[in-house]
Design a protein around this ligand. Structure first.
Ligand SMILES: *[C@@H]1O[C@H](CO)[C@@H](O)[C@H](O)[C@H]1NC(C)=O
Ligand SMILES: *[C@@H]1O[C@H](CO)[C@@H](O)[C@H](O)[C@H]1NC(C)=O
Ligand SMILES: *[C@@H]1O[C@H](CO)[C@@H](O)[C@H](O)[C@H]1NC(C)=O
Ligand SMILES: [Zn+2]
Length: 503
């Protein structure tokens, strides 16, 4: 009964507000199909709006794609205005900003692509995503390849999309190439300290990284680092002696121990130190992507911060939701790198996240075609590594985070405010007057089964490690720059997201 009430009432309110909208003479008709709402000036009303000053009851006024005011119910004099979307007690919050997603276009659109990827993002409450420079082909390592990506995204994106460029040995010593890539609008650079699994995206060493940071310092943009370093003393997939069962998750886990993350972060320490005020690369910033090891690796990052380094770190929902112990034999949906570690590690990741020692979350949505996941063989050593998750990160963070005491304000810090800052998006990440109207409306208390009947917009929904889970948190509506791009299972007819290029 309780569940029924939660499910029915917000929908009823929605229906009533729509009725209200359509029975009135429109003031200003939007002449495009970019939005499911035909107005450019409207109010989003709710009892739970998450603002930088806490959760308030009131309304957000949206006009021409921007937030023009945030009104507290107690300060409201008279009626709001003509077009009010009354969401009752559904949560109104800044849209999520995913700083780490692989949409694989151009070149590997059969893996995901801009259209399905951003449809999934919109349905999941993500209003901005920053696309990684690899897994598409060619990799985004030059001005020309960035242009290919921007062109490929035209008229396909339902949310705003920015781009990281790649730092690889080929461009690291070529000042002009890096300059051109950053001038063309890459929001920052990404590099790998171990093989990336993609032939045209080779790994960098600490010399390349320092070269990259020198250039980034002038642009005040970040370097994102995949921090794992191959230690030959450990067995790895190439040197598996055949005695371990490749279908057992433990076999894979042993090939990428926490010491790999630790070694990479140790190797980065010198570079991070130079980002401090007065350092050689002051102005640059190092961001460690998808941390899995909550042990020594995390301690090293905390030390680097204490020493004044400009450094941040993200982790991903899959490290927080799953532990090695529960991954079944042959279930390669769970293969990613660094790997999902044991339950004790997972608990410590939650602590670090809630203590503020982990700065933000990202999806690392890294899909592929099902064939590459080798579901039949179930071979963890040979299967493609990458977890498919984009549409589910909000309910997953909430479902698992609630048990650890996460609240709405913290959720917004981890998924919107800090990611906006990393990506240099000053007009995003918070519900304040003057910002883009990038907003998600969702019902934290509504549960759903993630089964074959759940509408998923990823190209290969069955690849997702979350299939079969019961989650809490249903997205009702997603607004991108004031356009209602997703509402109750429907997307806007046209994809009107904007490509974000740094200037
Ligand atoms: C990194 O590789 C470059 C060659 O691309 C080499 O010149 C440099 O010495 C290497 N640096 C380290 C620390 O190994
Ligand atoms: C999905 O929906 C169909 C048709 O209503 C139903 O037969 C099937 O059992 C559902 N699947 C699950 C996993 O609930
Ligand atoms: C996904 O899995 C479901 C249930 O196992 C199956 O019915 C469906 O055909 C699969 N879809 C694809 C695209 O493989
Ligand atoms: Zn990634």
């Amino acid at each position: 009964m309780e569940i029924l009430k939660w499910k029915v009432f917000p929908l009823m309110f929605l229906a009533i507000s729509f009725l209200f909208l359509y029975t009135r003479a429109p003031t200003k008709q939007s002449n495009s199909d970019c939005s499911l709402l035909p107005y450019e000036h409207f109010w989003i009303q709710s009892k739970r709006i998450v603002t930088p000053h806490g959760v308030i009851e009131g309304a957000v006024e949206v006009k021409d794609g921007m937030i023009v005011s945030v009104v507290k119910a107690e300060d409201q004099l008279g009626p709001l205005g003509e077009h009010v979307m009354d969401y009752a007690d559904a949560v109104v919050m800044p849209g999520l900003i995913d700083v780490h997603a692989h949409l694989d276009e151009p070149g590997r659109t059969e893996w995901e692509g801009f259209s399905s990827g951003t449809k999934a993002a919109a349905a999941g409450g993500i209003t901005t995503l920053i696309d990684m420079p690899l897994n598409n082909y060619p990799s985004t390592v030059s001005e020309e390849t960035l242009r290919l990506k921007v062109e490929a995204a035209q008229e396909k994106i339902y949310v705003d999309v920015g781009f990281w460029g790649g730092l690889v040995p080929e461009n690291a010593f070529n000042l002009r190439a890096l300059d051109n890539l950053l001038r063309a609008g890459a929001l920052g650079l990404k590099s790998f300290m171990c093989p990336s699994g993609i032939n045209d995206f080779p790994m960098t060493n600490s010399t390349h990284i320092m070269e990259g940071l020198h250039v980034l310092a002038r642009y005040k943009r970040p370097l994102l680092v995949h921090a794992e370093m191959v230690l030959e003393s450990e067995i790895n997939s190439e040197h598996n002696d055949g005695s371990s069962d490749p279908r057992a998750y433990a076999t894979y886990l042993k090939t990428r121990p926490p010491s790999w993350e630790e070694a990479a972060i140790r190797d980065l320490q010198g570079a991070i130190e130079e980002t401090r005020v007065g350092g050689l690369v002051e102005g640059a910033h190092v961001h460690i992507v998808h941390l899995s090891d909550s042990g020594t690796s995390l301690e090293l990052i905390k030390d680097a911060k204490r020493n004044g380094g400009s450094v941040s770190v993200e982790t991903c929902p899959h490290y927080l939701a799953f532990s090695a112990e529960e991954i079944g034999d042959g279930d390669t949906r769970f293969k990613c790198s660094p790997p999902i570690r044991d339950e004790a590690n997972r608990q410590k990741l939650w602590e670090a996240l809630l203590d503020g020692n982990i700065d933000m979350l990202s999806s690392d949505h890294s899909p592929s075609i099902p064939a590459l996941k080798l579901f039949e063989e179930g071979d963890f050593l040979r299967a493609w590594g990458g977890i498919s998750s984009l549409q589910y990160v909000l309910p997953v963070t909430w479902t698992y985070g609630r048990k650890h005491g996460i609240d709405l304000v913290r959720l917004v810090a981890l998924w919107s405010e800090r990611p906006a800052k990393l990506a240099g998006q000053e007009l995003k990440g918070a519900i304040v007057s003057g910002n883009h109207a990038d907003i998600v409306v969702w019902e934290p208390e509504v549960d759903f089964e993630l089964d074959e009947n759940h509408s998923a917009y990823h190209k290969h929904p069955n690849n997702s490690a979350y299939m079969g889970k019961r989650l809490s948190g249903k997205v009702l509506s997603t607004f991108v720059r004031g356009n209602l791009v997703y509402n109750g299972g429907k997307h806007a007819p046209k994809a009107c997201g904007v490509t974000i290029l740094a200037r």
